[in-house]
Design a protein around this ligand. Structure first.
Ligand code: HEC
Ligand code: CU
Length: 379
């Protein structure tokens, strides 16, 4: 497994430089950030699979073999052509080199047999590559009609996978042996979803849907527990590296049970409201907010939590201020631009339509409980 993450880290570093230049970020700071992030990402990337070949992790989906075969076909054609052409060139250079007592011979101007050979063989090879490539591409684009659809929302810097039964998570859970279609959209910038084991990758674009599909094999036990890699491969800002997640593959019945459990946690009376809020926070808000008074992208939640408890006020960019309460928290989640905190960028997206009223209530309870643990401990 070692090779795949390394090559994908290199690839994403290269595309990072590209994207940073294109998006007008300063290249130097982006590169410095990328270097720091790569270190952190490397620490996360303990290899989960054994038995990989040189270039790719184990084939984890039905189309993986086809893709690898095309790759190796093109690779070997390239290697054989390279060695053949360069080898012949070097041999001719040596064989017909200038030397004492050796006279230059007249070069043949034309040889029809040779020219037909070097036109027809490469044309056939390229035609074969086009045919298998195009066929594979069409197969990758068109999900089978009975595919199980999972909605994917990408935002800086988290994935939100949501299932037909209402379950949501930041990791991807899929059944084995059944076509799965990911219907994807972004809330902010370009992202790209990449699952190396499945050999699928697709840009995730704001303002439109893109999709991909796969049918996963059931991995060996170790990979079922640790999960397979899932990357964002389009540089999308500071915490791009933190969109590296896992794909968990289950037998069908286990899969149903898993997403049922994910869907039910909001109604589970055994889980305290503040804890429910904490889990939603971990999924949707932790990429930008700490629970201390420290700054990540937005203010740490302890600040506003304390202000609510003490009745003190928080200041806004337009010079006004206000003593925060539940309505302020709710507004901050649904209309973040209405009151922008002083000293912070107006960089939070609305969660309108993303979170239910119940989820927002649990979040508010959780935020209040940070400096007042008596809040939200019981049902
Ligand atoms: C992309 C980063 C980002 C994400 C994700 C995000 N926020 Fe924010 N949030 C910010 C920024 C930046 C601010 C400060 C600017 C402002 O007030 O709009 C902020 C401000 C806030 C405030 C006001 C805090 C204060 O101290 O007055 C609240 C409350 C808040 N966010 C709640 C949430 C919740 C709840 C979530 C998850 C459902 C969330 N945010 C997700 C970036 C984010
Ligand atoms: Cu991303």
């Amino acid at each position: 497994m070692l090779y795949a993450p390394i090559s994908s880290v290199l690839a994403s570093a290269a595309s990072a430089a590209h994207a940073a230049a294109a998006e007008g970020l300063t290249l130097a700071s982006a590169a410095a950030q990328q270097a720091a992030d790569a270190g952190a990402a490397a620490a996360q990337l303990a290899a989960p699979t054994a038995g990989d070949n040189l270039f790719f992790p184990e084939q984890g989906s039905t189309i993986a073999k086809e893709i690898d075969d095309v790759f190796y076909f093109i690779l070997w054609v390239s290697i054989i052509s390279f060695v053949g052409c360069i080898g012949a060139g070097v041999w001719f250079m040596w064989r017909y080199r200038a030397r004492a007592g050796h006279r230059e011979e007249v070069t043949a101007a034309h040889d029809t047999r040779l020219e037909i050979t070097w036109t027809v063989i490469p044309t056939l090879l390229v035609a074969v590559m086009f045919y298998v490539g195009f066929e594979g591409f069409m197969n990758l684009r068109e999900a089978p009609g009975d595919a199980y659809t999972i909605n994917v929302t990408a935002r800086q810097w988290a994935w939100d996978f949501s299932y037909p039964n209402g379950a949501k998570d930041t990791d991807l859970h899929v059944p084995a042996g059944r076509p799965v279609k990911l219907l994807m959209s972004s809330e902010d910038v370009l992202h790209s979803l990449y699952i190396p084991s499945f050999r699928v990758k697709q840009d995730v674009v704001p303002g439109r849907y893109t999709s991909l599909w796969f049918e996963a094999f059931l991995p060996e036990q170790k990979d079922r527990e640790q999960g397979l890699y899932l990357f964002c491969t389009e540089y999308c800002g500071t915490d791009h590296w933190n969109m590296n997640r896992r794909v968990y593959v289950y037998p069908q019945a286990e899969f149903e049970a898993k997403i049922q459990k994910l869907a039910d946690f909001l109604n589970d009376p055994a889980i305290a409201p503040a804890e429910k809020g904490r889990r939603i926070y971990a999924r949707a808000c932790a990429s930008c907010h700490l629970t201390t008074d420290g700054t990540k992208i937005g203010p740490g939640f302890e600040i506003v939590s304390k202000a609510i408890k003490d009745g003190s006020s928080v200041a806004f960019a337009d010079g006004s201020s206000l003593v925060p309460d539940e309505n302020y928290l709710r507004e901050s989640i649904l209309v973040p631009g209405a009151k922008v905190r002083q000293g912070y960028p107006n960089q939070m997206n609305s969660f309108q339509g993303q979170l239910s009223d119940a989820e927002i209530n649990f979040l508010i309870t959780f935020i209040k409980s940070i400096s007042d643990p008596s809040q939200g401990a019981g049902q």
